[in-house]
Design a protein around this ligand. Structure first.
Ligand SMILES: [Zn+2]
Length: 114
């Protein structure tokens, strides 16, 4: 397992948390937990490395949903109820992007919401 992949995953998710003013201590804790869990996971299955960044983002999204609510919110749609972005592909990679859950349109690559 290449630790650079984990650093990259952590940096990209942290950038997207920061971009939406969501980099609270509890969110950063959730990120650290997700990174260490996925480190273990990728060590068991090295071919899974391409999925790590997107999976970390999904783990943090799930953790935040239980505490502070939806992250990240879609800002692309001007109408309709508040809704979130989701990682595509669902498996977490390769090349994870945020897509609007309503329209399915890509919004930004993971790490580039800012
Ligand atoms: Zn949308």
């Amino acid at each position: 397992m290449d630790n650079a992949l984990l650093f990259d995953a952590r940096a990209r998710v942290l950038a997207d948390l920061t971009a939406r003013n969501h980099a609270t201590p509890s969110a950063v804790d959730a990120l650290e937990d997700a990174v260490s869990a996925r480190k273990w996971w990728a060590e068991q299955w090295p071919e899974g490395a391409v999925y790590v960044a997107g999976l970390v983002a999904q783990d943090v999204q799930d953790a935040l949903f239980d505490t502070v609510g939806r992250w990240p919110i879609c800002l692309s749609c001007e109408e309709g109820p508040v809704h979130a972005l989701h990682i595509q592909p669902d498996l977490g990679g390769p090349d994870p992007v945020w897509v609007c859950e309503e329209t399915g349109e890509p919004v930004a690559a993971l790490g580039e919401l800012g």
